[in-house]
Ligand binder design. Structure first.
Ligand code: PEP
Ligand code: MN
Length: 339
């Protein structure tokens, strides 16, 4: 249930109403927009009389929300959420490029790639230290040592880092990580979601291989229900009957999620397509569809990459993608100004 307050309501009037809701066992999520304040009520609202609340002098309207996701719901929070990563903003018109290798493989490899993606236009560095591999015999990542190397690359380049967590026990190791990634395979690892929800670190939550958008939002809700609202959603393709591409990039997820939620959305065209040749066009399409950022795998030597070489761009290819995506973003801005 949401309660939209009238313009000009004082803090005292608002507090009084909030206390009244809280005395009915509800928790109240306040969203202060430029013109409107929206109170989102979480809990059992069945005993609240909508008519009574609506009749209050300070209340403009009351709406019941039927979707099971509340905190992530745009109805609760009409303005876009802007996630702040060490001063770098994503969402609400702020677009960011996240780039780097699938996995951290060595000190030289990550430092070299970090410098070249930064020069090409990346704002954040990605790299897996703990890798969720289908086969236990494949490279599992450099683990804690990989995290150390990412932090070294951050120090060298100044780029915040994004890296995947697979186990809550590893959270202490992620203390200096800027964005914690929850991978597709862990999107519904609810205990892990609750644990990252207890931190206040930005979380990049990837859509599961066969999960609906509603399920993705419910996973975001798990994190938010623990108090962490710094969530960036990521569309990375879903499994369909098509085998030419590694997954099927569901680009319609971007406008659908924009309608349903206020959280920023990035697109990962690398895992979505599985082929480096398909990444540039899908990156442009994602920007045109309204994504708030891109996550792209880049390797200095894709042929010899320990993981996902086939879908990794070379730094010079990534530079071209950044240039073209920026042109698309510029054209969209122009288009919006002209409207
Ligand atoms: C990754 O980004 O490194 C990754 C493993 O992606 P996903 O979880 O989307 O498969
Ligand atoms: Mn990968």
């Amino acid at each position: 249930m949401i309660t939209v307050l009238k313009e000009g309501v004082t803090k005292e009037q608002r507090e009084k109403l909030i206390q009244w809701f809280e005395s009915h066992g509800l928790s109240v999520h306040i969203s202060e927009g430029r013109y409107q304040t929206v109170l989102g009520l979480v809990g059992d609202t069945t005993r609240i009389d909508d008519g009574l609340v609506e009749s209050l002098e300070i209340v403009q309207s009351v709406k019941r929300i039927s979707e099971p996701f509340k905190s992530a719901n745009r109805k609760f929070h009409p303005d876009d959420t802007i996630v702040d990563i060490e001063g770098l903003k994503i969402g609400g018109g702020h677009f960011q490029f996240i780039a780097g290798p699938c996995s951290v493989e060595s000190r030289d490899q990550i430092l070299d790639i970090a410098k070249s993606v930064k020069a090409a236009g990346a704002n954040l560095l990605r790299g897996g230290a703990f890798k969720p591999r289908t086969s236990p015999y494949d490279f599992q990542g450099m683990r804690a040592e990989g995290l150390e190397l990412l932090l070294e690359a951050k120090k060298e380049t100044g780029m915040p880092i994004v890296t995947e967590i697979m186990n809550s026990n590893h959270l202490p190791l992620f203390e200096d990580v800027d964005v914690i990634q929850i991978g597709a395979r862990n999107m519904q690892n609810f205990e892990l979601l609750k644990d990252v929800g207890k931190t206040r670190k930005p979380v990049l939550l990837k859509r599961g291989l066969a999960n609906t958008l509603k399920e993705l939002l419910m996973s975001a809700e798990y994190i938010m229900s623990e108090g962490n609202e710094n969530i960036i959603l990521c569309e990375r393709g879903i499994r369909t009957f098509e085998t030419y591409t590694r997954n099927t990039l569901d680009l319609s997820a971007v406008p659908v999620l924009k309608e349903l939620t206020h959280l920023p959305i990035v697109v990962d065209p690398s895992h979505a397509t599985g082929h480096a040749s398909l990444v540039p066009s899908m990156a442009l399409a994602a920007a045109a569809a309204g994504a708030d950022g891109l996550m792209i795998e880049v390797h200095n030597d894709p042929q010899n990459a320990l993981c996902d070489g086939a879908q990794s761009l070379k730094p010079e290819e990534f530079a071209k993608v950044c240039k073209n995506v920026n042109a698309v973003l510029g054209a969209i801005r122009q288009f919006q100004e002209d409207e």
